[in-house]
Design a protein around this ligand. Structure first.
Ligand SMILES: [Zn+2]
Length: 173
């Protein structure tokens, strides 16, 4: 299986291909992404590639995605301990979701800790301004998931069917 830097290289190359074909499709009038949509996709694609790769399931070691968090890399150690390498973390739909949920729980804990210490903070952070339409979040979700799927393809893992059949086989035994 490819190392972290090889994964990063594959994803960056794939991004250039996606960018090139999107530019072509736009020129041909097939798609018309807005600048905010392009930035959203690009942002989550590279965060997904460099900082939230499936190999964080090895975060108890020194993987590339953990290093990208700098001094905050340690926050992924429990995730690495929780998930076996190339297990649930390396599935197509649930795998990327596990990392999002994990990060959300950590951020929520941090938020509640922060407002416990600084009660004023609560009135300053306005969650009601966060967009709630799927249409808004689509390019963000797509960028993240495409980055994860490219990793899985490079690892030679096909869509979740394999994980499903593995679970099924285990149950039968
Ligand atoms: Zn991997």
């Amino acid at each position: 299986m490819p190392s972290g830097s090889v994964h990063n290289l594959i994803n960056t190359g794939a991004f250039l291909l996606i960018a090139g074909s999107t530019a072509y499709a736009k020129q041909q009038g097939y798609v018309d992404p807005s600048i905010p949509e392009i930035l959203a996709f690009t942002g989550t694609f590279f965060v997904g590639t460099f900082m939230m790769s499936p190999d964080l399931d090895l975060a108890e070691q020194n993987v590339s995605s953990k290093k990208a968090w700098g001094i905050f890399g340690f926050i992924w150690v429990p995730y690495g301990k929780m998930f076996s390498h190339r297990g649930l973390s390396h599935t197509w739909i649930v795998g990327p979701l596990t990392r999002l949920v994990y990060l959300t729980i950590l951020l929520a804990a941090l938020y509640y800790l922060a407002i416990l210490i600084l009660p004023d903070l609560k009135s300053r952070i306005r969650f009601e301004n966060v967009p709630r339409t799927l249409e808004f979040w689509q390019p963000y979700i797509l960028g993240y998931y495409v980055s994860q799927w490219l990793h899985l393809i490079a690892d030679g893992i096909s869509p979740d069917m394999r994980a499903l059949s593995r679970t099924f086989k285990k149950k039968k035994r």
